[in-house]
Ligand binder design. Structure first.
Ligand code: IPM
Ligand code: MN
Length: 371
């Protein structure tokens, strides 16, 4: 099969981590007789410096014509320090989410056995934890009315949700729970927020349609605490845009590193796959950032295209790199490998899936890793 993939590498470490996913997808294509046709589009600060627009029309057209979008990272410190800037790189990401209708953001947080000892949490707490966050992505306070009074002393951010917006993502979360351990936790602040009460009543009303799914409700502050106290209790977490943003960064600790957390953002017609981490400007161009969040996003992309054997092969290659400690400094501080070396190793594993004789010194030397 032939698949069109839009590649929006973006800012900071985006280009170098995305490059590793591209290499991995090319190898998967070679092994399984697919062609992944990559078309690059500008986004974020990189697009602003060339066109003035963080999401040029041409990029949108490339995304709309693609079967899936591989996204890198967005954000540049140049704009972070200017609180009055009218245009920000992040607006490119918000418009992409909005225009492509990517209302459902899926962030799996599964502990890798190989990283348990380096977790800041106790082994018995993280071992075996495996949950997935369904974050609403095109509504709520991110997209509400924003105002700053003329004298600059009062600001306002509105948060709005409709039953329809809640139902469409809740259906996906319930369905996902059905394929897993059949537990769904709605995270909100229904003790404070009107929108949260609407989330609760809407999701509660849907529970009859999914009688096998055990539905529970948890306030967001309590959820933040429970995530690190007892992450194993969670299966599918459903939540709004802002709570989902915060809790998914926290979930990164459970996965072992933010450099490992992948995400899929899906709508009716389009889907974007991107790491949860940001653009990490301090690491940009240094060939040191962890490419696994991007590569695991490529795993989700393959699953979305229903290429399950291919997804499994890529996932196995990631596991193998972790097993052998062929990892970047965030998870292997004593003998770190570079971004591109980790990517090379993953590629080698895909070409030679069954070979377990790996010469680690060859990875460092840039030679073939499979002997
Ligand atoms: C994320 C990011 C974005 C968000 C930023 C870059 C605006 O943190 O995808 O989680 O807040 O949604
Ligand atoms: Mn975030």
């Amino acid at each position: 099969m032939n698949y069109k993939i839009a590649v929006l590498a973006g800012d900071g470490i985006g280009p170098e981590v995305t490059e590793q996913s591209r290499k991995a997808l090319k190898a998967i294509g070679d092994q399984y007789n697919h062609t992944f046709e990559f078309t690059e589009g500008l986004v974020g600060a990189a697009a602003m410096s060339k066109t003035g627009d963080p999401l040029p029309e041409e990029t949108l057209n490339i995304c709309e014509a693609a079967d899936a979008v591989l996204f890198g990272a967005i954000g540049d410190p140049k704009y972070d320090s200017d609180l009055t800037a009218k245009i920000r790189p992040e607006q490119g990401l918000f418009r992409l989410r909005e225009v492509l209708g990517l209302f459902c953001n899926i962030r799996p947080a599964k502990t890798f056995k190989q990283l348990i000892d380096s977790s800041p949490l106790k082994k018995e707490i993280v071992d075996g934890s495996d949950f997935i966050i369904y974050r609403e992505l095109t509504g709520g306070i991110y997209f509400g009315k924003k105002e700053l009074s003329e004298d600059g002393t009062t600001a306002f951010d509105g948060c709005e949700y409709s039953v329809e917006e809640i139902e469409r993502i809740a259906h996906l979360a319930f369905k996902r729970a059905m394929t897993r351990r059949k537990k769904l936790t709605l995270v909100d602040k229904a003790n404070v927020l009107e929108t949260s009460r609407l989330w609760r009543s809407t999701v509660q009303a849907m529970a009859d349609t999914y009688p096998e799914v055990q539905l529970e409700f948890l306030y967001a502050d309590k959820a933040a605490m429970q995530l690190v106290l007892n992450p194993k209790q969670f299966d599918v977490i459903l939540t709004d845009n802002l709570f989902g943003d915060m809790l998914s960064d926290e979930a990164a600790v459970i996965a072992g590193s933010i450099g490992l957390l992948a995400s899929a953002s899906v709508g009716e017609k389009n889907a974007v796959f991107e790491p949860v981490h940001g653009s990490f400007p301090q690491g940009a161009g240094k060939d040191m950032a962890n490419p696994l969040a991007s590569i695991l996003s490529a795993v989700l992309l393959l699953e979305y295209l229903k290429l399950h054997a291919e997804a499994h092969s890529l996932y196995r290659a990631v596991e193998k790199s972790l097993e052998l400690g062929i990892s970047t400094a965030d998870i292997n501080p004593t003998k770190p490998f570079s971004t591109s070396k980790v990517g090379d190793f993953i590629v080698d594993c895909i070409y030679d899936e069954d070979d377990v004789n790996v010469n680690i010194d060859n990875v460092q030397a840039g030679q073939s890793t499979i002997i």
